[in-house]
Design a protein around this ligand. Structure first.
Ligand code: SF4
Ligand code: FES
Length: 249
């Protein structure tokens, strides 16, 4: 398969960037999107040109580092699929494909398609943990957790902190990410005690990082590779509002 790529090139953060056209030729339909970019980079290197900088690590949908905006959609056209799991057979031979980095003030571009997502780490550091002393690991059945709560917590825990929810949101809100972390921890007995302080601290940090607020567009859920539900945002808002009303700190 052959493709025309329009790729965002930017030498460094703060410098102007532009879309540059490249030809991707003889691409196997079974190549992943990142393998296709690897091939383009090999061609660029063989011509003595600067390769396209992009982020990846696990390449199996679990680390969250590979986010790209492909044809205007975070992580590309497939539902519940991270960029590294997207395959070229999803496109038509001869397609023109645009490739851009996440666009959000809180995710400054480092180079080309690589953005700095450390703002998400700082939100976690502000409250995305359990600080109560839970002692050593208890016998599994001595801490009863209702099945529904365990399932919902596990679903929320699937968030890989990729930031696609931010990239897709017109407000560049991180509410789905924060909602996922809050929903993961607050529904388990060990994490429930601090749920309101946690919501308050994480939302305050998200505001400080420059993420916007949520206006219920639902774009975040639509692009999330782990299909985190916007119900997690409802839980976040409940915990945050209760914390504010009761003066929780
Ligand atoms: S909620 Fe989904 S889109 Fe947002 S960071 Fe987590 S996995 Fe990525
Ligand atoms: S490279 Fe790890 S999720 Fe894509």
């Amino acid at each position: 398969m052959n493709f025309d790529l329009l790729v965002w090139r930017q030498t460094a953060g703060g410098l102007p960037g532009k879309m540059v056209k490249y030809r991707a030729e003889n691409i196997s339909p079974d190549s992943s999107f990142l393998e296709m970019l690897d091939g383009v980079n090999e061609q660029l290197l063989s011509r003595g040109e600067e390769p396209i900088a992009f982020d990846s690590d696990c390449r199996e949908g679990i680390c969250g580092s590979c986010g790209l905006v492909i044809n205007g959609r975070a992580h590309g056209p497939d539902l519940g699929t991270a960029t590294c799991q997207l395959h070229m057979r999803r496109f038509k031979d001869g397609d023109e494909i645009s490739v851009e980095p996440w666009r959000a003030r809180a995710f400054p571009v480092i180079k080309d398609l690589v953005v700095d997502r450390s703002a998400l780490d700082r939100i976690i550091a502000a409250g995305g943990y359990i600080s109560v002393n839970t002692g050593s690991a208890p016998e599994a059945n001595s801490v009863p957790v209702p099945r529904d709560a365990a399932e919902a917590a596990m679903d929320a825990a699937a968030c890989i902190a990729c930031g696609a929810c931010v990239a897709a949101c017109k407000n560049a809100s991180a509410h789905l990410f924060v909602g996922a972390k809050v929903s993961h921890l607050s529904q388990l007995p060990q994490g429930s005690l601090e749920r309101r302080q946690r919501a308050l601290a994480m939302v305050r940090q998200a505001d400080a990082e420059g993420f916007g607020s949520c206006s219920n567009e639902g774009e975040c859920e639509a692009v999330c590779p782990k299909q985190i539900s916007i119900r997690t945002i409802a839980r976040l808002i409940r915990e945050y509002t209760f914390a504010q009303l009761t003066g929780t700190e």
